[in-house]
Design a protein around this ligand. Structure first.
Ligand SMILES: Nc1ncnc2c1ncn2[C@@H]1O[C@H](COP(=O)(O)OP(=O)(O)OP(=O)(O)O)[C@@H](O)[C@H]1O
Length: 616
């Protein structure tokens, strides 16, 4: 046993010089004392090893120091070599996390073997949105996925079910460096935390993503990103993609964020006068034709088109906007002018960032809280809304009369007009504005050039009620689960010879044909039954009294029993009429009360003014 080492240890309370229970550095050999200084506890550790294992660690100190130096140096050398290789021998694609390509790449990565094998991973419920708060509201897969709740035979809910369970949670590799092969080449996927950013934001907003390849030719990276884009867009086929304008999470920067994609609503499902629908489609088809842009520019007309959909609530204005976007395979950009985050500057930025062809939806424009109409804003704004920049032949002049930006969060009408018409606003877009009160809109907002076509939506008439009834109760593809569809799975039959097999096949063919004919007859009979019930229902419900949404809401309560919908229709009509009368009365009373208060205020004001006049 090495005395010099053992001598430094004294059990506490033994009356030795070491009373604290720690080694007395004064009695250690100098090497151990120095190491104890840099590695607290080394003295204690080495004496324990010496006592129990009879190994004198001090003998290995030089070797340990050399080893430590090698490890230390190799880390730096490693980093240095990677930096040099990174700079001169590798190509890198940095992916911005606020760009859509982030989602495209991550969706692709989540399907790769290396990501599935990853032992440390991030679970994402929705790769299509970086707006974490929207994840709770929408489920992108929800539309055509047979999601729902499973019930037991007593009707009690057991669990939510989804046939595409795997699709709802995606796994992507966590922070670190991950290697994978793509088209036979080794690529590196790096996911790191951006430490330069503030630490209070969500981690997902602070990550940095890159893909690297060896060599100075980045073609393989571009191919990969292109493949990700194509794969991602393929999954968007037959879907309407919806973007919302707002602030990027955690910043004050305005941006369009993809919030959801829905299976496109067939245009035919929106109940509206067929001529109106056809006119609208023809107008848009003509506008979106590839030759039309040139036609507009040849004549110096801004290539834009605006539509105003107006009518009572629940008459199908929003539904038609989404159906149009789906029909023409355009993305839809929704912005709420009421949003507190929306000011003139932000709205202008959003409009300037619109893609070349898209639908922009401004819903309920009458409630947008535009600070003043153009008429009472005339002091600040001359007759015609002036663009921020006027272009004269050969010159570009910043218009000094352009309205000052309003940062209070409310948007003035003249600023909105500037944004809609302004040079920054993207050409090629389709603007759709909806309102319940066309009479409240300033004429400047709906003048030709801003609104090129106006579509009126009405309460449901008899024909509409019948159509809605039929669309709800018609049996459509996918309504009946396959097990109840008469499909019987039989065990395979062994035939003795080919003649027997041919005969059986012929019989099966005939049986199938008969089955199909019977099914068709049944379908026709069912359609006839629903048509008759629909007509009966339409005689019960008064025309132009209820909105299509109200009719649809009632029918949905009886969606499995059209007879009940007809039977209880009259009672529903009476109940609704009563409710409407009550509501109208309440509104009238409220209005009368407000008018009275206004009159009283006026009277008080007049008396005060008179009193002031007398005293003067
Ligand atoms: N004309 C219609 N054809 C088919 N469905 C309709 C129609 N009108 C309303 N609906 C149904 O009613 C619901 C509400 O419709 P929608 O949101 O389009 O009405 P809206 O006119 O935009 O209402 P609001 O003015 O309150 O925004 C939707 O589920 C839609 O399917």
């Amino acid at each position: 046993m090495n005395q010099s080492t053992c001598a430094t240890i004294y059990p506490s309370g033994s009356g030795s010089p070491m009373t604290s229970g720690f080694p007395d550095t004064a009695k250690m050999n100098p090497q151990t004392a120095i190491l104890d200084l840099f590695l607290p506890g080394f003295g204690l550790f080495s004496s324990t090893v010496s006592e129990y294992l009879h190994i004198d660690l001090t003998l290995y100190i030089p070797a340990l120091i050399v080893l430590g130096l090698i490890v230390f140096a190799s880390q730096h050398i490693n980093t240095y070599i990677w930096e040099i290789a990174d700079q001169y021998l590798m190509s890198t694609a940095d992916v911005r996390i606020d760009d859509e390509i982030y989602n495209m790449l991550m969706a692709w990565i989540s399907n790769q073997k290396f990501a599935k094998r990853s032992r440390r991973f991030v679970a994402n419920t929705n790769l299509n949105s970086r707006m974490w708060f929207l994840w709770r509201e929408f489920n992108e897969d929800g539309d055509n996925d047979e999601t729902g709740v499973e019930f037991d035979e007593n009707g009690n809910a057991i669990a939510s079910s989804s046939k595409k369970k795997n699709k709802t949670v995606r796994f992507t590799p966590s922070f670190g460096t991950h290697y994978f092969f793509y088209k036979g080449k080794l690529l590196i996927f790096r996911r790191t935390e951006d430490t330069r950013q503030q630490t209070w934001g969500p981690v997902s907003e602070r990550e940095q993503i890159s893909v690297q390849c060896f060599g100075r030719d980045p073609t393989i990276l571009k191919d990969l990103l292109d493949e990700c884009r194509v794969a991602f867009q393929k999954s968007d086929e037959n879907r309407t993609i919806i973007y919302r304008g707002g602030l990027k999470s955690g910043t004050a920067e305005p941006a369009w964020t993809r919030c959801v994609s829905r299976v496109s609503r067939p245009f035919s499902t929106v109940v509206l006068d067929e001529t109106v629908k056809q006119n609208l489609l023809d107008d848009m088809r003509d506008y979106l034709h590839p030759m039309t842009r040139r036609w507009y520019s040849n004549r110096g007309i801004p290539y834009r088109r605006g539509y105003l959909l107006y009518g009572p609530p629940g008459t199908g204005k929003s539904s038609l906007s989404f159906a149009i976007a789906g029909y023409f395979k355009l993305k839809i950009y929704i912005v709420s002018l009421n949003s507190p985050a929306m000011n003139e500057e932000n709205l202008g930025t959003l409009f300037s960032e619109l893609p070349k062809q898209c639908v922009v939806l401004l819903e309920d424009i009458d409630t947008a809280g535009l600070t003043h109409t153009r008429d009472n804003n005339n002091n600040a704004e001359p007759e015609e809304a002036k663009p921020l920049i006027t272009t004269l032949p050969g010159t570009t002049v910043i218009n000094p009369a352009a309205p000052p930006t309003n940062n209070s969060g409310r948007i003035s009408l003249s600023a909105l007009l500037n944004i809609l018409d302004g040079v920054a606003s993207q050409e090629g877009r389709v603007l759709i504005m909806t309102t319940n009160h066309i009479e409240k809109l300033d004429e400047a907002l709906i003048r030709p050039g801003r609104v090129d076509m106006t579509v009126k939506f009405d309460l449901a008439n008899t024909a509409m009620i019948t159509t809605i009834f039929r669309s709800i109760f018609a049996t459509l593809e996918g309504d009946i689960p396959p097990s109840k569809n008469g499909v019987v799975i039989r065990p395979p039959i062994k035939y003795r010879n080919s003649t027997e097999e041919a005969h059986a096949a012929k019989l099966a063919e005939e049986a199938k044909k008969l089955e199909e004919e019977a099914a068709l007859k049944l379908k026709v009979a069912e359609e006839e039954r629903v048509r008759k019930l629909g007509e009966e229902f339409a005689t019960i419900v008064p025309t132009m009294t209820f909105s299509p949404a109200e009719v649809q809401g009632y029918l949905l309560k009886h969606k499995r029993a059209p007879e009940n919908a007809v039977k209880e229709g009259a009672a529903w009509v009476e109940k609704m009429k009563l409710e409407k009368r009550k509501k109208a009365k309440e509104e009238e009373e409220e209005k009368a009360k407000k008018d009275k208060e206004g009159e009283e205020d006026e009277e008080t004001k007049r008396v005060v003014e008179e009193a002031i006049g007398v005293s003067l």
